[in-house]
Ligand binder design. Structure first.
Ligand SMILES: NC(=O)C1=CN([C@@H]2O[C@H](COP(=O)(O)OP(=O)(O)OC[C@H]3O[C@@H](n4cnc5c(N)ncnc54)[C@H](OP(=O)(O)O)[C@@H]3O)[C@@H](O)[C@H]2O)C=CC1
Ligand SMILES: O=C(O)C1=N[C@H](C(=O)O)C[C@H](O)C1
Length: 251
């Protein structure tokens, strides 16, 4: 058998980090070499210790982690949410300036059903007058809207703009703050936080007399693991920045 890919996990004691550590430890071709928490400096890692680092930390920490890991010489797989367009571009500039052929993947969602939801929502967006997103998550989630909903709305907004669609019909003149959701690229996004949920999203698209609903449900964090492991295995042969798991899937 060829050499194992050595994996460091940042946020290792978190909900996702714990699942990723278990998945990596259980994969015959991967080796879990580091479990890092908030007090640990990712800059101490070197290519002698690890090949790939996986970041499931917090929106406040993730960008600095990625820059430190790039300087350390590792490939990086990021699942943490909260990325702004500017932060993504700073990572792109950094990875492209590195002397080593390193790769970074930033994916808003590693579940196949969510990746397909994003793809179908983008495809459908140009054909409907109205579109709104409802994302539903466990109440321990730090950020709203979710990274997945934000990415979905941005892709739908871009598709609507490219198709020359007008603004969506909405006669609302008075509303309580938040009642119409957050405006992301012109698409209203509503965030629900409910005990018992994991990660769910509905995309509603409406035309006169018809509706299309696209829905993804992650009932368990196991749903994210095949995508994370695929990314860990592939990132070493994808220099530069990749955004979204879709780029790695043969859809
Ligand atoms: N892309 C995808 O498919 C998915 C993405 N996510 C995203 O992943 C992120 C993590 O989610 P989740 O696991 O539920 O969150 P958790 O809060 O359970 O886990 C985050 C972990 O990161 C730790 N942490 C905080 N700062 C640092 C740091 N600087 N270095 C290392 N570790 C740190 C936290 O420690 P402490 O608690 O002690 O502060 C905690 O253990 C979120 O942004 C979430 O949206 C989640 C699911 C799927
Ligand atoms: O915090 C979570 O749980 C999740 N976060 C990601 C997001 O913000 O989109 C992915 C998934 O929805 C689960």
């Amino acid at each position: 058998m060829s050499e194992k890919i050595r994996v460091a996990v940042l946020g290792a004691d978190g909900r996702m980090g714990t699942a990723v550590c278990e998945a990596v430890a259980g994969a015959a071709d991967l080796e879990l070499v580091a479990r890092m928490g908030p007090g640990d400096d990712p800059g101490v890692l070197t290519p002698a210790d690890a090949d790939v680092a996986v970041d499931f930390t917090t929106p406040a920490a993730t960008e600095a982690n990625v820059h430190a890991l790039l300087d350390a010489g590792l490939d990086v797989v990021v699942g943490t949410s909260g990325w702004t367009a500017d932060a993504v571009e700073r990572v792109r500039a950094h990875v492209e300036a590195r002397p080593l052929a390193q790769g970074v993947l930033i994916a808003p969602n590693f579940a196949l059903s969510a990746v397909l939801t994003m793809r179908f929502a983008r495809q459908a967006a140009a054909y409907f007058e109205s579109a709104e997103i409802i994302e539903l998550h466990h109440p321990d989630k730090a950020d709203a809207p979710s990274g997945t909903a934000t990415a979905t709305a941005q892709a739908m907004g871009a598709a609507r703009a490219a198709a020359g669609l007008d603004a969506m019909p909405d006669a609302t003149t008075t509303a309580l703050d938040g009642a119409r959701g957050a405006d992301v690229a012109g698409v209203p996004v509503h965030s629900v936080r409910l005990r018992g949920l994991v990660a769910h999203q509905e995309v509603l698209l409406g035309n006169p007399g018809e509706q299309l609903t696209i829905r993804t449900d992650s009932f368990d964090r196991a749903s994210f693991m095949p995508g994370v492991l695929l990314a860990v295995r592939r990132i070493g042969s994808r220099p530069g920045l990749t955004v979204g798991l879709e780029a790695l899937l043969d859809l």
